[in-house]
Write a protein that binds this ligand. Structure first.
Ligand code: NOJ
Length: 825
């Protein structure tokens, strides 16, 4: 059998024990390469099959015959070549088969070992033991180290000095950008623009791979209905439909469609599963929910990532159905591999096997076995597999195949990344210099940040601001750089971030005078301050008293025509292990805002935060509120772009903003209950609070533009539909304001009668529509039965005939609707 040159090169890498050296001649592993069955011939074009129902003129017939015959010849040729050339998949199988057959049990277990390695200021610290472990073939991957020099040093150890020369996976938490930091994921999702989300991931992958990395622990797709949970910042919000779209866009962006591209990185969807449903919003807390809720609302984004071809999955810290996710065989094998056909590998989260002991499932050895049997292939940081699997296999040799399977999955990922062909993936210091933190990347970060901001209020068209007169810029976040990057921006250099003060000064021009005051500390509460600073928040308390700071701010505001107050959270108040029970503005900042409001000046509140906050008072008293999240490296420029009207705030919320913490958990797609509240406060025995409406302050999907839009009634092309339909639902959207703007037209569907209770409505589509003032456009949604499906009591995903209400509008609250009957045939 003959082999292609690439085939030989990839085998010789391992076979001859040399690094990237190509050899001539056929290496023995060729014998293992299974022949690929040749492709079935194409069916002839429909119209050539029979003349009925599709008459063509003689010219077209002749053309089609030529196309068909040449297609046939082409396919036969390809089939002949393929009979001799292994397909990529079979090449990989043969390669892995051969490699694994040479591995000792220790080496196989080594591939399952994922270690964290840090830096010191002058370069990588490769701990002696780790160095020895890599040489001994006891390490499959490392994370928390980057730069071409540092990663090359590690990769050299693996491919030059270990017995089988197997390259390392080099991972990192590249969550919303590598060096060019984009807005936090919750903000990225708020763009409702999947091209921008994908672009951000693609740039992140290009920078990360140029910096020596080949694996990112992203996307995080955990659905969250509880903004007390700090990690809501890392996900796409509360909705599974939107969350699925974001998950897929991120996977496409990172993996680029072909992991062999040297600017691609392996994505890792996390945290599997249900991590966002921690009770009370307290991180790492227990999760308990029905299967129907799981399937309908929490699992879809992970599944969507799998369907998009994500190469790896990370387990979650929480339990699922009473069993920790990391040792849950139903989750990792039945659901993920068997039902969803996931083909990549699973890594545990940081020390998650060890933590199973705290959950109460036994000692480390027992939990290592549980995790392996469940389907967790790689062990992050614990070294539990390294320590426990060999003795376990000695006790029970029938467990060795589980180790072999896990090892194969890790090796396959390495193969798909092209690491056996080039372990360095073209990474050089020159490439890093050229491709990281480029002006083009920063430009993209600025545009994406501007489009992630959500305008929550704009009374009397306070915004955009004019570039004349005097503007007071006040607040502890106005000059902050560090906070702009948000959490999980580990490689980002906050000193390069543009703060709001600089952004505004750059944009202001000479006719606008900008005066500033800090006005308040970010956090006054000593209990929280201690916790935040202990974990690196670096919040410096001003030497002036809170009252002196407020007095100075009020005096500054009084000189101005308008006040921009930049308030919110420290970056460290959201993200991992950053839950809050009170999600209002910290008290000192509230005091400042109250004093500023008393000046009678128009107050533009620019919010920075990593979660929905309770802003009831702020909504009632400020003239305008712009939610800017943590906007990344270019946040300050982007804030100026929006404040001065150079960029329309087209972001829309992807998580509801509650009026009060007591409403949580909160999401637009809740169930109706048997006693729904109709809005009359005198009616008792209905599902409501006495002190606050049920509805959130700002609903899911909400956001304003500088301009205004009007929606026509919903038009349906039919009022009864059979089978596959489709149904066309449309509205006419008109820009009725003075500015060009972009609206996010949202489609929701209600299924009022079903065999299991359904939510009041579910998002099933959206379109971003840009219109000039006075312009109108018909926006059409093509609805098929897919949009009607849900998980029934047997967890079968299907739809049931009957009435459906089609709702279209600017957010989940302000919708117009029309009803349709849909039958199966
Ligand atoms: C723990 C976090 O839960 C996870 O999201 C992250 O990827 C790992 N640590 C690695 O840093």
């Amino acid at each position: 059998m003959s082999t292609s040159p690439n085939f030989i090169r990839e085998f010789t890498l391992i076979d001859r024990g040399s690094r990237v050296k190509a050899q001539n001649g056929c290496a023995p592993p060729c014998a293992h390469a299974p022949m690929r069955p040749s492709k079935p011939l194409p069916s002839p074009p429909k119209c050539l099959e029979s003349s009925s129902g599709c008459e063509l003129n003689p010219k077209d017939k002749m053309r089609n015959s030529v196309i068909f015959v040449s297609g046939l010849v082409g396919v036969l040729l390809v089939a002949c070549v393929q009979a001799q050339t292994p397909s990529p998949a079979s090449k990989m199988d043969a390669f892995i088969f051969d490699l694994v057959s040479k591995m000792t049990l220790d080496e196989k277990i080594g591939q399952l070992n994922l270690l964290s390695l840090g830096f010191d200021v002058t370069g990588p610290v490769v701990n002696k033991d780790v160095e020895a472990a890599i040489r001994a073939g006891h390490v499959g991957g490392v994370f928390n180290t980057f730069t071409p020099a540092a990663t090359r040093k590690l990769q050299d150890l693996a491919v030059q000095e270990s017995r089988l020369h197997i390259p390392l996976l080099l991972g990192f938490d590249v969550i919303h950008g590598h060096k060019t930091i984009f807005p936090i994921p919750l903000a990225l999702a708020s763009t409702w623009n999947m091209d921008l989300v994908e672009q951000s991931a693609r740039i992140a992958a290009a920078e990360a791979s140029a910096d020596g990395l080949n694996w990112t622990f992203s996307p995080m797709v955990d659905i969250a209905r509880d903004p007390r949970w700090g990690r809501i910042a890392e996900g796409a919000g509360e909705d599974p439909y939107l969350g699925s779209k974001v998950a897929q866009a991120m996977v496409r962006g990172y993996q680029t469609g072909d992991l062999r591209n040297t600017n691609a990185v392996l994505a890792c969807v996390k945290h599997f599963a249900l991590y966002g449903a921690a009770e009370g919003g307290r991180d790492y807390n227990t999760v308990d929910m029905s299967r129907i809720r799981m399937y309908e609302y929490y699992l879809p984004p992970y599944k969507a990532a799998v369907e998009a071809g994500v190469g790896s999955v990370m387990t979650s810290f929480n339990e699922v159905d009473g069993i920790p996710g990391t040792g849950n065989e139903w989750l990792l094998t039945e659901l993920l591999r068997k039902q969803w056909a996931f083909k990549g590998f699973v890594t545990t989260d940081y020390t998650a096997i060890k933590e199973m002991t705290e959950h109460g499932t036994g000692d480390l050895k027992h939990n290592a076995l549980l995790a392996l049997k469940a389907g967790a292939d790689m062990d992050m940081v614990d070294e539990a597999y390294l320590r426990c699997l060999k003795p376990l296999v000695a006790e029970q040799p029938s467990w060795e195949p589980l180790v072999t399977e896990a090892c194969k999955r890790v090796l396959e990922a390495k193969y798909k990344l092209g690491l056996f062909a080039d372990p360095y993936r073209g990474c050089t210091p020159e490439r890093a210099r050229k491709e990281i933190f480029t002006p083009a990347n920063r430009k993209a970060a600025r545009e994406i940040a501007g489009r992630s901001f959500v305008l929550l209020k704009n009374a009397g068209q306070t915004l955009p601001l004019k570039k004349t007169g005097t503007l007071a810029l006040i607040g502890p976040l106005a000059a902050s750089q560090r906070d702009l990057l948000g959490s999980w921006s580990a490689a980002g250099d906050w000193k390069q971030a543009v703060n709001v003060l600089d952004g505004i000064k750059r944009a202001a021009g000479s006719d606008l005078k900008v005066v500033t005051a800090k006005g308040a500390n970010l956090v006054e509460d000593p209990y929280m301050l201690e916790a935040l600073n202990a974990s690196g928040a670096d919040i410096v308390t001003d030497e002036h008293s809170p009252q002196a700071m407020i007095d100075e701010a009020v005096a500054t505001a009084q000189q101005a025509d308008a006040v921009v107050a930049v308030l919110g959270e420290s970056f460290a108040m959201s993200g991992e292990a950053a839950s809050r029970s009170d999600i209002g503005l910290p008290a000192g900042q509230q005091d400042l805002l109250k004093a500023l409001v008393k000046t009678g000046k128009p107050i533009v509140l620019v919010m920075m935060n990593g979660r929905p906050l309770t802003l009831l008072w702020e909504d009632a008293h400020c003239s305008a509120i712009l939610e800017t999240w943590f906007g990344g490296t270019e946040a300050g420029n982007a804030v100026a772009d929006v404040l001065f009207g150079d960029c329309d705030p087209s972001g829309r919320l992807t998580a509801s903003f509650p009026r009060s913490v007591g409403q949580i958990p909160l999401s637009y797609n809740h169930k109706n209950t048997g006693r729904p509240y109709g809005g009359d406060p005198r009616v008792k025995y209905v599902s409501r609070y006495l002190d606050v409406p049920n509805a959130p302050l700002y609903p899911f999907g909400f956001g304003l533009s500088f301009t205004s839009f009007s929606y026509s009634e919903v038009k349906l092309d039919k009022t009864s539909v059979q089978g596959e339909g489709p149904l066309l639902a449309s509205v006419t959207l008109t820009n009725t304001g003075q500015y060009a703007g972009e609206e996010t037209v949202q489609l929701y569907i209600t299924d009022p009668v079903a065999s299991v209770t359904r939510s009041v409505e579910d998002l099933r589509g959206f379109q971003k529509i840009a219109l000039k003032p006075g312009e109108s456009k018909e926006v059409v949604f093509k609805i098929t039965p897919d949009a009607l499906k849900f998980y029934n009591r047997d967890l079968v995903y299907d739809w049931e005939p009957g009435q459906f209400i089609i709702r279209i509008g600017p957010n989940s609250r302000d919708l117009k609707s029309a009803s349709v009957q849909w039958s199966k045939s």
